[in-house]
Design a protein around this ligand. Structure first.
Ligand code: SF4
Length: 677
């Protein structure tokens, strides 16, 4: 038996465990007892993270579409065709008619290399990451406010704080090991405010549960801050020493009284006042959020308000405080760090900065690099639908299930001249591709992932990939060679990390020999640096923290007579995103086998719907069938639906309206009708 220490492939908590294998096959996992996050525990997904690896559906050979069908092909044939077609499109329509989409399932090294391939080989900044769909609002909002778009504190801080405000994060289901740390803290006396209109598990343990209307976070947070200032509870010393633009900000929220916010939020003014006093009264208060904050047409404004509340009360730059966006997937943070984004190279170095371009031009040995920021992924899908984008390359992403408005996503991809998908299974998106490249999964390759607290950790190969599947980093380098670039050879991923460290100041001190056993938290600028558990101590990364006035905007689509319910989407404890891995894991699939909606008992009674009845849910964009679960977890007028299931796909219904700054879709609010099937 062999034991291989690696990182869980699911959520951004980044638990580490040993893959246990026998005769080249995985037979289980064992949690790491020494890891600072896992501490000997795992959630159900982690315990079962070996279950899909040897599934018979794994892709084992490249596939090329001929006569409308995908046929097995050799690597030379497949990569030759990909290089030839991408070059043809580049020559005919320009480099910016191509788009590369990277993934949180891929390692840091692979994200860096795909970014290098897009920019250095094909000459386009049209490279983006699945973070566009989950935390692009965080990157924009926190970078503007603090100078860094990452979680400010560490997971350990949950153990020693006085109050935690959880807003838009179902932490016990989506980041279970962090959720259990929060529950343990609450048992020790840490106060909890949960702002979420679902009765999530943490809400049952909260000192205050605010069931505010979907999409009313700006109204709630502005009103809380208005109360804090009106009652003189703000941290004047912190604001004066460390922040700017406070007077303009205070003026902008002066009329955001709890009475004004009440009808928008659906809360009583007294609940808002109580939340404000409780938060401002804590010596150390942490804000935790996730996609309930970011996935709105005003997601960046939501993030700005969270950051402003922390600054207003002096809760940044100390242990047990901070603004703590929980990254959904294990390597969302790393994919962004690696510059798989349209406007920055690795380490958030801007493509528009000539000095930065000069540095990368020299390091990569290329003549020039593009200077204009590229397209965000969501806008690239729009461009493809309009015929303005001709070729797309997806690594590890499945937009047919993960993007808003499935009909739009399908039309966009079908409208392309050429689609390449690199993945471990024939996903709904891969099934539409012209070429499919079989990839190794996390258990079959070396590299690093960066978790939600900026901790860079080693990913290790426990078993060989199936058939001819290869690690993403090997495929990218082989494709670069086929496309005529002889500058992307690496003996192994540690050499890629050495290159990353040489051009990326926040990763400057990272090398594989330093990452055992606990990893390192960036910024880690040099080889002697111990890493940084808490950001913004003494000084914000941008100098002074900036208060930004925020104007309230309601969600883009509200219920009306024809579509009287609010639909909000999310995930469940047992499944992961588009279900490619968890739905092929027997124990997880057994727990949740089909699409469902949660509906309030009052609404169900009015519609004549009984528990486990099939219902039809329709929006202006499509309709799907799902099973009804009648529960007080949701309030009347709101239905919740997970997006894991291809049969009953929630994203057939969602609204493809984007935040104007972050280009994130509004997954959390759209209008639907529900009726018994
Ligand atoms: Fe994996 Fe997240 Fe569960 Fe930890 S909490 S075992 S990282 S899914």
């Amino acid at each position: 038996m062999k034991r291989t220490l690696t990182v869980c492939p699911y959520c951004g908590t980044g638990c580490m465990f040993y893959l246990v294998s026998d005769s080249g096959r995985l037979i289980g996992v064992e949690p790491s007892t020494t890891h600072p996050v896992s501490r000997g525990g795992l959630c159900v997904k982690g315990w079962n993270a070996f279950g899909f690896v040897h599934h018979p559906d794994r892709l084992t050979t490249p596939l090329i579409r001929r006569d409308g069908k995908l046929h097995p092909a050799s690597w030379d044939e497949a990569l030759g065709l990909v290089a030839e077609r991408l070059r043809e499109i580049q020559e005919r329509h320009g480099a910016d008619s191509l788009m590369f989409a990277s993934s949180a399932k891929a390692t840091n090294e692979e994200n860096y290399l795909l970014m290098k391939l897009a920019r250095g080989v094909f000459g386009t900044n049209n490279i983006d990451h699945c973070a566009r769909l989950c935390h692009s609002s965080t990157v924009t909002g926190l970078a503007e406010t603090f100078g860094s778009g990452a979680m400010t504190n560490s997971i350990d801080c949950f153990d020693n704080t006085d109050l935690i405000l959880i807003i838009g994060s179902n932490t016990t289901e989506q980041h279970p090991l962090i959720g259990s740390r929060i529950l343990k803290a609450a048992r020790r006396g840490t106060k909890l405010i949960v702002a979420d209109n679902r009765l999530i598990r943490l809400a049952r343990h909260a000192d205050l549960h605010l069931r505010h209307n979907n999409g009313s976070d700006v109204a709630l947070l502005n009103a809380m801050m208005q109360v804090i200032i009106a009652e003189g509870l703000e941290d004047r010393e912190f604001i004066a020493a460390r922040c700017e633009n406070f007077e303009a900000f205070a003026a902008s929220i002066a009329d955001w009284t709890p009475e004004r916010a009440a009808p928008l939020t659906g809360l009583q003014p007294g609940e808002i006042v109580a939340a404000a006093r409780l938060f401002a009264g804590a010596k150390r208060a942490m804000i935790v959020y996730s996609m309930g904050i970011t996935q709105h047409s005003h997601g960046v404004d939501n993030v700005r308000c969270c950051a402003a509340l922390a600054m207003l009360t002096g809760n940044v730059g100390r242990p047990g405080t901070g603004v703590n966006p929980l990254r959904g997937q294990n390597n969302v943070q790393g994919g962004c760090d690696m510059g798989a984004l349209p406007d920055v190279f690795s380490g958030y170095q801007k493509v528009s900065d000539p000095m930065v371009r000069e540095k990368f031009t020299r390091a990569w040995g290329v003549d020039a690099l593009p200077s204009t920021p590229g397209l965000p992924l969501t806008r690239a899908m729009d461009a493809a639908a309009e015929g303005k984008l001709h070729g797309m390359f997806f690594m590890g992403e499945n937009p047919i299930l993960s993007d808003p408005d499935q009909g739009h996503a399908r039309h966009a991809l079908k409208n392309l001249d050429f689609l390449v998908v690199q993945d471990i299974f024939l996903t709904e998106t891969a099934a539409l591709a012209d070429v499919v490249l079989p990839a190794a999964c996390y258990a079959e390759k070396e590299g690093t992932f960066t978790n939600t607290e900026r901790r860079i950790q080693r990913v290790r190969k426990g078993v060989e990939p199936p058939g001819e599947a290869k690690a993403d980093w090997e495929i990218i380098c082989a494709l670069a060679k086929q496309a005529g670039c002889d500058k992307m050879h690496y003996p192994d991923p540690s050499a890629v990390m050495d290159e990353i460290a040489s051009v990326t100041p926040i990763y400057g001190g990272i090398s594989y020999d330093r990452l055992d056993p606990l990893g390192l938290q960036w910024p880690c600028p040099d080889r002697d640096h111990p890493g940084t558990p808490i950001l913004h101590i003494g000084r914000f990364n941008r100098g002074k923290g900036r208060f930004s006035p925020v104007i309230y905007r309601s969600p883009a689509e509200l219920p009306d007579e024809e579509f009287p319910f609010v639909l909000t989407t999310g995930r469940t404890y047992f499944h992961w995103h588009t279900g490619t891995m968890t739905r092929r894991t027997h124990l997880l699939d057994r727990e949740e086998r089909r699409s469902f909606i949660e509906i309030n008992p009052d609404d169900a009674a009015r519609l004549g719907v009984r528990e486990r009845d099939d219902v039809l849910i329709a929006s202006r964009r499509g309709s799907v069938r799902a099973q009804a679960r009648i529960t007080g977890i949701v309030i009347p007028g709101v239905v919740f639906m997970p997006f894991h299931f291809t049969e009953g796909a929630a994203n057939a219904l969602t609204n493809n309206v984007l935040d104007p700054e972050s280009s994130i879709p509004e997954f959390k609010v759209c209008a639907v009708q529900v009726r018994k099937a």
